[in-house]
Design a protein around this ligand. Structure first.
Ligand SMILES: Cc1cc2nc3c(=O)[nH]c(=O)nc-3n(C[C@H](O)[C@H](O)[C@H](O)COP(=O)(O)OP(=O)(O)OC[C@H]3O[C@@H](n4cnc5c(N)ncnc54)[C@H](O)[C@@H]3O)c2cc1C
Length: 371
């Protein structure tokens, strides 16, 4: 059986770790901590192998796709789905703070009000401006505090652990990037796993993702120091039309070419093929919808049930994406571009004889009973 040492050799050392903290959260004896965004052993490990079992960088999306949807994706670029909406929150407070249409915040807010879930593992910030921290939200006010994109890696599973251990939540929604959604499924399917956490995940909301940038390397060194834009002055970051936009409080916005920013993208993102969070119950993103709305892709029976439950509260306006522009083709274009970039990057790594990520080998038995 593979244990923490293998995780270090196969994922952490070659720079494939995304710092999602699934391993740290799932450790039954709490012997792991995140140090500089990476898992580190702090006391005696019992070699149970759970950390390896839940890591999203071990088993690839194709294996998990088969387990979740029992077949190949119906759409090679977008994955399996049943319907697609364009959503705008009707709450002005949400619309002011959210990234796009506030779909994520409005949807989870309604589900909390209904009791469908009793907590959500989300990403906020704390003392250091714009550094992502894991948070637990149990009401709309707490969700609003965490609304909006942080463009660096989030240890979101520490939020799941806190929701279960400190808030005694039994039905939790996890909001995460495609890699984090993979980790949420790894928790469910792996053997060994931490059942206590895995069974508490009721809903997986995935965000479309073009990749994250290093907090220290990009936000602190480039934006804050070199561009003389203190992060505390930034009201919002956004990516639109191939530009990285920095909205500052009471000052003109600044813009950077997205191609220049991509140099600071983390390695696992460069080789990730999943734009549309293909394994989520519900995926949400900007592409496909006009400004001020979010595209919402419903994929699983749980996703459908959650949308139906939330709709009753009338906290958002939802229309079929097919009725508006730019529509699903824009999502497909972004998804295709990400898959092509990943293939190119993997080819470069192969030519340079660099170690390939374990998931690329797609071994169904990689963690005991697989998945
Ligand atoms: C790093 C990143 C890259 C993205 N890239 C694209 C892209 O290329 N194209 C595209 O169409 N959409 C992209 N998205 C998704 C999109 O920008 C919005 O997040 C999505 O449309 C939801 O908007 P909303 O207004 O409904 O969300 P809100 O109601 O504002 O809620 C946003 C939720 O995202 C969570 N969140 C914020 N930052 C992170 C993070 N770093 N990790 C995990 N969770 C986080 C928050 O907890 C919050 O619950 C990206 C999102 C992120 C975080």
């Amino acid at each position: 059986m593979k244990v923490f040492n293998h995780l270090v050799e196969e994922v952490v050392k070659p720079d494939f770790c995304m710092g999602c903290a699934a391993c740290v959260a799932a450790c039954p004896v709490k012997c792991l901590e995140l140090k500089k965004e990476l898992p580190a052993l702090t006391k005696g490990c019992i070699n149970c192998g759970i950390c390896y079992g839940v890591c999203p960088e071990i088993v690839g999306p194709k294996t998990l796709q088969m387990k979740i949807f029992k077949g190949q994706p119906q759409d090679k670029l977008l994955g399996t789905y049943t319907w697609v909406l364009s959503v705008e929150s009707s709450n002005i407070k949400i619309r002011t703070k959210c990234q796009d249409g506030g779909a994520v915040t409005a949807l989870i807010g309604s589900l909390l009000e209904d009791g469908y879930i009793d907590g959500a593992a989300v990403t906020g910030t704390a003392e250091e401006p714009w550094r992502p921290v894991a948070r637990v939200a149990t009401n709309t006010e707490e969700l609003i505090e965490c609304a909006g994109n942080k463009y660096s890696r989030s240890p979101v599973f520490l939020g799941l652990r806190d929701a279960v251990d400190l808030y005694y939540c039994k039905r939790v929604a996890v909001v995460g990037l495609p890699c984090q959604i993979l980790a949420a499924w790894r928790m469910k399917f792996s053997d060994p796993t931490n059942r206590h956490l895995a069974d508490a995940i009721k809903l997986r909301i995935g965000l479309f993702c073009g990749g994250v940038v290093g907090y220290d390397r990009f936000l602190k060194n480039i934006v804050d120091r070199q561009l003389h834009t203190p992060l505390a002055e930034v009201a919002k970051f956004d990516i639109k039309d191939n530009r990285f936009i920095i909205y500052r409080r009471r000052k003109p916005k600044r813009e950077l070419a997205l191609s220049a920013v991509k140099r600071y993208t983390d390695l696992p993102c460069k080789i990730c093929t999943d734009f549309a969070a293909e394994l989520a119950d519900i995926s949400v993103g900007a592409a496909g919808s006009p400004p001020g709305r979010s595209t919402v892709i419903i994929r699983t029976p749980v996703g459908e049930e959650a949308i139906d439950t939330a709709k009753k509260f009338r906290k958002f306006n939802a229309i079929e994406l097919s009725r508006i522009k730019p529509g699903i083709e824009e999502v497909r274009r972004e998804a295709e571009a990400k898959k092509k970039m990943a293939a190119k990057e993997l080819e470069i790594m192969r030519r340079m004889n660099k170690l390939a990520p374990v998931w690329l080998v797609e071994r169904p038995g990689a963690s005991g009973k697989g998945g």
